[in-house]
Design a protein around this ligand. Sequence first.
Ligand SMILES: Cc1ncc(COP(=O)(O)O)c(C=O)c1O
Length: 428
Amino acid sequence: MDHVQALVDQYFDRSNGVLQIQGLPITAIAETHGTPLFVYNAEAIEAQLSNLRQALPQRFNVCYSVKANPNPIFMKLFLAQGCGLEIASIGEYERAIQAGCPPEQILFAGPGKTEAELHAVISQGIGEIHAESLTELERLGRISRELGKQTNVAVRVNPTSEAQGGAMQMGGKPAPFGIDEENLEQALDLIAADSHLQFHGIHLFVGTQVLKHEVLITQYRKGLEIAHHAAQYMDTPLSTLDFGGGLGIPYFGNETSLDLEGLRVGLQQLMEEIDGDPYLANTQFLLEPGRFLAGPCGVYVARVNDIKVSRGKKFAILDGGMHHHLAASGNLGQVIKRNYPVAVLNKLEQPVEDAIDVVGPLCTPLDTLARNISLPEVAIGDLVGIFQSGAYARAASPMGFLSHPVPPEVWVERGQAILISERKPYAH
Ligand SMILES: Cc1ncc(COP(=O)(O)O)c(C=O)c1O
């Protein structure tokens, strides 16, 4: 089946060729809230979380990675479902607290944490801080001492190369993320020597957008090995082992969804392999996905504002573009531009005609959302949608570029469409 059709069937609905979200036609939502906008289907998030949990052994807990989509409603949904939150800045920390997250359910990872950030989270309380360098460990110890606090520290390890995987590599090679596995013992010595640091866990995260469960299992096995070694070195059982995020979703026609059954079986096998290991007997295992949980629920919706033919090539010009969705334009880490799943949302059942380019209103050729894509005949006023846009779409886009309005976000839950962030005239 066509990739877009499959996504519509899995996460949304259609009626008379119009995309529906929990029975609400996208045409009506766009009429009420204007375009361009982001629309999220809460049921799709719940389905992703529940499907993932079915693949996880009991000892696993899920922490939502806030950077994927920091809107408080996402955090509230995950908190209500018993998840923790993984944050990477003081801004995300504050938003997590405002969303009602108990500080002890927050993990703080990410390189380059500042003194001010560390001071703020340690004084207000935090579950675990994941140290990304030896300097950071020293800072953590000093600030904890100044504040008279004990801080739970996990060491994020950049493993040696055998645990690679995923489209965007973050480890297994020189990287700003984590402490090289070769220096792990030095990091552990620093923690052991500091009475204000509590050795709590190991964190391993080497790649995002992983679609093969075998790759994840290989990484997790490596994580278990490192965790065992670290706990043995410290001669103490390990409290947490964070396997990171990185679970992928299919963006392009040639990609297939992560095989969750394969993941379940692989994890089961790993649990058997560590059975009887005293250092890992009571370890809480964590996953911190962002994309997998938040991606599929979202559609970016823009209206066709103009259609033109230039030297035989047809362009649909939208009222939104790469300033709202950098990833779809191919400028967020894609090596070769490939088209995201794009559809004319009010013409889902019409036959496709010749390929056209779908572009935004910015004065740069980078603002191309889809190139040579076969769509039904597009008319001014049609709604074009980009699927898989709940994660790293709005949140990872240069919304200030050209001072266009910031698109609103609409959340659909129990058949109601709620405006969760308003349109702003411009970003700054
Ligand atoms: C430390 C950390 N955890 C979790 C995530 C979430 O990754 P993903 O959205 O691929 O699951 C990221 C993404 O960059 C990250 O850096």
